[in-house]
Write a protein that binds this ligand. Structure first.
Ligand SMILES: C[S@@+](CC[C@H](N)C(=O)[O-])C[C@H]1O[C@@H](n2cnc3c(N)ncnc32)[C@H](O)[C@@H]1O
Length: 346
């Protein structure tokens, strides 16, 4: 009897495996057949479309217990091994581990800059809007957007960062903040075509994020084609491509030659003035370590791989990429070290 049951079970498993493999083969064949009858330019477009089809997960009331699924672009997989990018990514891993949590929990100038950007862009986001966050970290800008009362407008978030670790925390962070819609977690950089289809986004945000670190630009085969300002121009044009007509790009950036020490001093002063004892202890305890972990950012700027531009230079770069600045503020927030820009696709 036992032998009979086992052999029936083995037969069942074999048949289902066979039918699974057959199904996959048939689907692959059908895919090829559909492509075979298309002109070469369309084939390339369709292959790209399939490669960049990201999966969204829906944030619900339930706690996120499993590690969420990521999407990694083919290009990122290639160029993340490029000699000039390996150290760049490592420096940001370290920064995210040692500083990201600290600034988002303790630094009033940092939080103020996020809040002011949220207030500038929030009213402009369309209802049921799609937002792309470039260099999203752990999703704190979206959380700030929700705290300012604009979270209900969002239907989809593309969360994009070069570091997968903070990305992994985003679904739970969004859940706790009250977000109940879709999010896609994408490990990629602003250094090649973004995995977002043309004219999809209502709004692209980069809160001290990936746009200003578009210091290299790679083609679809992972070959380096531009560096410095030319790389930034390619990134801005790609942002323009993914925005719907009339869509917005919202940026927070440091001013040229930022004094990170001024930001730290202002954080400490704010905690003293407002009697935030725990924040003060945290800022004093971890402040110098955070400063050391941020030193590479100045070096990136000197090497032309970070873009801490003046308001005039941002205006030129954005204009050339097909944007019109509709709101901005320079030297007002972030201990006078920061700038805010909202630009609209022309
Ligand atoms: C200063 S943090 C800002 C994080 C978040 N936007 C916030 O407001 O808290 C910069 C983030 O950008 C990411 N990043 C740096 N360069 C990037 C690039 N070229 N493309 C995408 N992400 C990048 C880093 O990993 C980091 O998470």
């Amino acid at each position: 009897m036992v032998i009979l049951v086992r052999s029936l079970a083995e037969d069942f498993i074999r048949t289902s495996l066979n039918s699974e493999t057959r199904k996959e083969k048939l689907m692959a064949h059908a895919g090829k057949r559909t492509l075979r009858h298309r002109p070469p330019t369309e084939v390339k477009k369709e292959v790209r479309r399939r490669q960049t089809k990201v999966r969204f997960l829906t944030v619900t009331d339930n706690e996120i217990q499993d590690s969420p699924a990521f999407f990694e672009t083919e290009e990122f997989r290639c160029y993340s091994k490029h000699a000039s990018i390996v150290q760049f990514i490592r420096d940001f891993w370290k920064w995210n581990e040692k500083v990201l949590w600290l600034v988002n929990s303790t630094s009033q100038p940092y939080i103020e800059l996020q809040t002011e950007l949220a207030k500038m862009i929030g009213p402009r986001i369309a209802d049921a809007g799609t937002l792309v966050d470039l260099g999203c970290g752990a999703g704190d800008f979206c959380i700030r957007l929700m705290a300012e009362g604009f979270g209900g407008k969002l239907k989809k978030i593309f969360a994009i960062d070069i570091d997968w670790k903070p990305l992994a925390d985003i679904p739970e962070n969004l859940r706790v903040a009250g977000y109940r819609r879709s999010v896609a977690l994408i490990q990629a950089a602003t250094m090649s075509t973004l995995p977002v289809w043309d004219e999809t986004a209502d709004c692209v945000v980069s809160s001290l994020g990936g746009v200003m670190y578009a210091g290299s630009w790679f083609d679809e085969d992972g070959k380096l084609v531009y560096e410095g300002r030319e790389a930034l121009d390619s990134c801005l044009k790609d942002v323009n491509r993914i925005l719907k007509p009339g869509g917005y790009l919202a940026l927070s950036v440091p001013k040229p030659n930022p004094d990170w020490g001024a930001v730290l001093r202002s954080s400490i002063l704010h905690s003293v003035m407002h009697g935030h004892l725990f924040k003060l202890i945290r800022a004093l305890k971890y402040g110098s370590q955070a400063r050391a972990a941020s030193a590479f950012m100045n070096q990136l700027d000197k090497d032309g791989r970070a873009h801490y531009l003046s308001s005039q230079d941002w205006a030129i770069a954005l204009h050339e990429a097909g944007f019109e600045i509709v709101d901005s503020s320079f030297g007002q927030y972030y201990a006078k070290q920061g700038g805010l820009i909202v630009a609209q696709k022309k």
